[in-house]
Design a protein. Structure first.
Length: 215
């Protein structure tokens, strides 16, 4: 997964307005096995949904680990729908996020759960928030025109959420002890004060007084 994500991030620099990843999934027709990437590890449910949100999918059918056929490559997000999403959302839809490059098209109701591939069920997310959603760090519910984004505590995320006070107490930190083992006291230290600059009306006037012959 790290290799796939690194490829997405690199690809976004060259093609910032869409992903061009082909996901090859192996499906065994005889047994109920989880899907796996081509020459890659078995995927968790969250990883599979994350990859299928916006990709070109190619399914290989196998029996006893031997290929017996391949399905036609299909893209989950068409070009016209992608353009409509970019025109509507402009940037990542998570409140407070203004990322506009390398955005992922995300199904609010996941594609494999029967979610339709249309504007009401699609939003644009930056790679970071897309990963956070599929890892359970944030929850996105719709429809798209009434989107609600919540954190792990179920609290709605708004544009000021980054400035929201923390919900947990600060960690206990032991007081710092100096080299002698004593706790430092404020009155030990004399704050730095710059030396006073020479001043005085007579001195200033003397520096700027013109010679008598020039008056």
């Amino acid at each position: 997964m790290s290799l796939v994500e690194a490829g997405w991030d690199t690809d976004a620099a060259a093609r910032p307005h869409g992903q061009h990843t082909t996901v090859i999934v192996h499906v065994d027709v005889d047994v109920d096995r989880p899907a796996a990437l081509h020459l890659g590890p078995i995927l968790t449910d969250q990883e599979r949904q994350y990859l299928l949100c916006d990709a070109t999918c190619e399914v290989w059918f196998e029996r006893r680990d031997r290929p017996i056929g391949a399905g036609r490559s299909t893209r989950t997000i068409g070009r016209r729908l992608r353009r409509a999403l970019e025109h509507r959302d402009r940037h990542c839809v998570v409140p407070g996020c203004a990322a506009s490059r390398g955005l992922h098209a995300h199904h609010i109701v996941h594609w494999e759960d029967g979610g339709p591939t249309d504007l009401d069920n699609m939003v644009l997310l930056c790679p970071r928030h897309h990963r956070l959603h599929h890892h359970g760090e944030i929850t996105i519910s719709g429809p798209a025109h009434r989107l609600v984004v919540t954190d792990t505590d179920g609290q709605p995320i708004d544009r000021g959420s980054l400035a929201r006070a923390p919900s947990t107490a600060p960690p206990e930190v032991a007081p710092y002890n100096g080299p002698t083992g004593e706790r430092a006291q404020r009155w030990w230290y004399q704050p730095f004060q710059p030396p006073p600059t020479p001043s005085g009306d007579n001195e200033v006037a003397g520096r700027h007084r013109l010679p008598a012959g020039l008056l």
